[in-house]
Ligand binder design. Structure first.
Ligand code: FAD
Length: 353
C-alpha cells in the first residue's frame, strides 16, 4: 500500500509503491520511493530528490524487461513518462522516451516509413529500446536510431549521444553495459525510410508470405509479425498468464568452434544444431534449442513459475509466482544447460532489487 506522498517543486514522490503492477511479469515488492516524470524538468527534480536523500535511482519504462525482487527496491523508482513526437524532416522521428514502442511502430507504418515494421508487438517504451538494442524478426533498433537524448547523472546535464557512440551490439549498448545506470533517456531519434520496402529476411516471416505474390506492405508485415508473436505467446494479452513474461529470459549464446564441437558431441550424431554466423569464427546458437535439448521444453514446470506453453524462452508467472521462484527456475535451467552442453546462458531481463 502506498503510504504517503512528498512533493518537491510540485512533483509527487510516493512512498512504498508496489512495483508488480508496473511489470509484465506481475512480480516484485515495493519501491521505497516512486515518482513519474512528465518532462525533463521532472527528471532533474527526481535526481535532486534522490541526491538529497542518498537514494539509488532506477529508470522504469514499461517494465517489460524486468525481474523485480520480492523485497522491492530501496531507492527511488522513476517512471519515465515523457510523451510527444516531432518530425523535423522526412523520415526522422524525435520520440519522447515514455511513448509506447508499439504505438510508435503503428504510427511509422501508418505514415509508410520503413525500418521498424518487424519490431511490431514488442511491449515497453521508446526509451527502453536503445538500452538492450531491441531486436526481432530481422531488425534491430540500432539500424534506425540516429541518436539518444539523455540526462547524464555524472554531470547532471542533458546530452545528445550519436548512434555510433551508443555501443550497439546484440542485446547490448553502453546503457546496459559500460555506462550502465549513468543515463536517463528522455528522447530517441529514429531515421526511417519514407516509402521504403519492408525487411523480409527472417525465416518465419518469409514463410508467412510464401506464395502470396508481390512485396507485402509495411502494414501487412507489421500485422504478420504481431500474428506470429501472438501464436508464440510473445504478444501481451491481458489476462493470459501464458504470456505474463519478460519476453525471452535468456540471450542466444555466442560460442567458438571448440564449444560448438562439445555440443555436437553431446547430441546424437547428425543432429542439426541451429546456428548463425557471429563473426570471428564464432556462431550464435538458439538458446531455445539448447533448453529443449536439455529437457526444458514448452510448458515445463509444475509450479507457479514455469515455461510458457507457446515459447521455450519465456518464463511465465502462472499466478502468484515470486521473484524467488522465477530465479530458482532460471537457475535450474542454466545449470541444466551448462551441465549438458558446457554453455552458460546469460539472463536477458534486468534484476531490480
Ligand atoms: C511479451 C514480450 C515480448 C518481448 N519481445 C522482445 C523482442 O522481441 N525483442 C527484444 O529485444 N525485447 C523483447 N522484449 C523485452 C522488452 O520488451 C524490451 O527489452 C523493451 O525494450 C523494454 O522496454 P521497457 O520500457 O519495458 O523497459 P523496462 O523493462 O522498464 O526497463 C528495462 C531496462 O531499461 C532501462 N530503461 C528503461 N527506460 C529507460 C530510460 N528512459 N532511460 C534509461 N534507462 C531506461 C531500465 O532501467 C532497465 O534497465 C519482450 C518482452 C515481453 C514481455
Amino acid at each position: 500500500m502506498t503510504k504517503r506522498a512528498d512533493t518537491l517543486d510540485g512533483m509527487k514522490f510516493l512512498e512504498e509503491v508496489p512495483l508488480a503492477p508496473y511489470t509484465t511479469l506481475g512480480i516484485g515488492g515495493p519501491a521505497k520511493w516512486f515518482a513519474e516524470a512528465a518532462s525533463e524538468a521532472d527528471v532533474l527534480e527526481a535526481v535532486e530528490f534522490a541526491g538529497q536523500r542518498e537514494l539509488s535511482l532506477f529508470a522504469l519504462g514499461g517494465g517489460s524487461n524486468l525481474l523485480v525482487a520480492d523485497v522491492g527496491f530501496a531507492g527511488l523508482v522513476l517512471k519515465i513518462g515523457l510523451t510527444g513526437i516531432e518530425r523535423p524532416s522526412a523520415g526522422v522521428f524525435r520520440v519522447a522516451a515514455g511513448e509506447g514502442w508499439d504505438d510508435f511502430v503503428s504510427l511509422a507504418v501508418a505514415e509508410n516509413c520503413a525500418g521498424v515494421e518487424c519490431l511490431a508487438g514488442i511491449p515497453g517504451t521508446v526509451g527502453g529500446t536503445p538500452v538492450q538494442n531491441v531486436g526481432a524478426y530481422g531488425q534491430e533498433v540500432s539500424e534506425t536510431i540516429l541518436g539518444v537524448r539523455a540526462l547524464d547523472l555524472r554531470t547532471r546535464e542533458f546530452v545528445e549521444i550519436a548512434a555510433d557512440a551508443c555501443g550497439f551490439a546484440y542485446r547490448q549498448s553502453v546503457f546496459n553495459a559500460t555506462e550502465r545506470g549513468r543515463f536517463l533517456v528522455t528522447r530517441v531519434d529514429y531515421g526511417l525510410r519514407p516509402g521504403g520496402s519492408p525487411t523480409l529476411q527472417y525465416a518465419d516471416l518469409k514463410r508467412y508470405f510464401q506464395g502470396s505474390g508481390g512485396v507485402p506492405s509495411l502494414a501487412e508485415v507489421a500485422a504478420a509479425v504481431r500474428a506470429i508473436r501472438r501464436s508464440k505467446g510473445m504478444f501481451l494479452v491481458a489476462g493470459d498468464p501464458d504470456c505474463a513474461s519478460a519476453g525471452s529470459f535468456f540471450k542466444n549464446p555466442v560460442v567458438d568452434g571448440a564449444a560448438l564441437a562439445a555440443i555436437a558431441a553431446a547430441v546424437p550424431e547428425g543432429t542439426a544444431i541451429p546456428q548463425y554466423p557471429a563473426g570471428d569464427g564464432k556462431v550464435k546458437l538458439a538458446a531455445a534449442w539448447l533448453l529443449e535439448q536439455a529437457g526444458f521444453g514448452k510448458g515445463y514446470g509444475d509450479g507457479r513459475a514455469g515455461i510458457s506453453t507457446r515459447h521455450t524462452l519465456a518464463l511465465v508467472n502462472r499466478g502468484g509466482a515470486s521473484a524467488e521462484e522465477i530465479l530458482e527456475l532460471s537457475e535450474r535451467i542454466v545449470a541444466g544447460v551448462e551441465g549438458k552442453f558446457g554453455v552458460r546462458l546469460d539472463r536477458e531481463p534486468v534484476w531490480v532489487g
